[in-house]
Ligand binder design. Sequence first.
Ligand SMILES: [Zn+2]
Length: 388
Amino acid sequence: MTEKLYYQDPYLFSFDAVVLDITTFHGAPAVVLDRSAFFPEGGGQSGDVGTIASVQVYDTQVENETIYHLIKNTDELQKGSTVHCSLDAKKRFARMQAHSGEHVVSGIAHRLYGVNNVGFHMDDTLMTVDFDKPLSKEDLSAIEREANACVYRDLEIRAWYPDNETLASLDFRSKTEGLRNPRIVTIEGVDHCACCAVHLRTTGQIGLIKILTSASHRGGVRITLICGICAYEDYVLKHEHTLRIAEQLAAKHNETDIAVAKLLGKEKQTRWLMQQRTEQMLIYIKRATDYKNGNLLFDFSGFNPDELKTAVLILKSCCSGICAAISGDDETGYYFAMTSDNIAVKDHTKTVTAALDGNGGGRFDVIQGRLRANRDKIRDFFDNYTVN
Ligand SMILES: [Zn+2]
């Protein structure tokens, strides 16, 4: 049984301890100390990382009250020796900010809207929290505002073990059937929750609480949540992006959405103009093309599939057989479209795609697809293919 220093002082980030055992944890090399400030994975929070002497601890786990510090190489440690141990303090503090922030949000959501936290996942930047009932954008916004107000009030966060009588009358979250002697984490007036993890002493240390996204999930809602130093770093990153976008659009940083809407409007107008010009050009080509008995193939490099379709529909009256158009090159292959004024091109799809190593299909009178044969072969095929 390891003495749990993290419960005595969650801010203890370095300590001395005696190596009791060098062993394995489910096959992985591990060290057991007489006392430890390394929090083992639990309550949705990852196991601490850091160093024991000069050896890197990449994870911490617990089994039967014994804490296992997982390491890659056991050679440098000796049973019975006293070692100096250090946690990755920045990581641990950020995790406490996140986890305490999650309690605030879940407690407020429960109090305001009667929803229960039914799923919680935490990585080193973001958390996901699943609530069992839907919450609107307005509900989530109200929860977020109240959560941040709770940070400004700098409320005490306290872990305690209530006696059976107190427990029976206590309305706390994470009530699990058969939970004996639970550790309750209380934020006065905000939340009581059964939780084994390490928390901050006051809500003021959580810093910013921000709900980033929400989506429907199993009849309820899944939110992504960010707190503390991670929320600050996220703000810095997004603000840098916003400033760069604003600069490129020559817009104020809080009016980039208006500038983007304008830009998209212009782009739509440009696309419409391009389409008009393409159609005009195709009509000129049609006037300049002599009628042909047989098939006609047009090579329109740079055309997209929609433009190829427009082309064959405009030019089909220039021939008696199949009117086809291609766009592409021998290396990457060709898009194609084909139609006819006189025959059902659908009946010829298989023959064309089989001969030209392609695939295609289409409803109504235009067949579209891809061809992998080279340009000369495609040209030869349409020159010599007889449709009737
Ligand atoms: Zn918790």
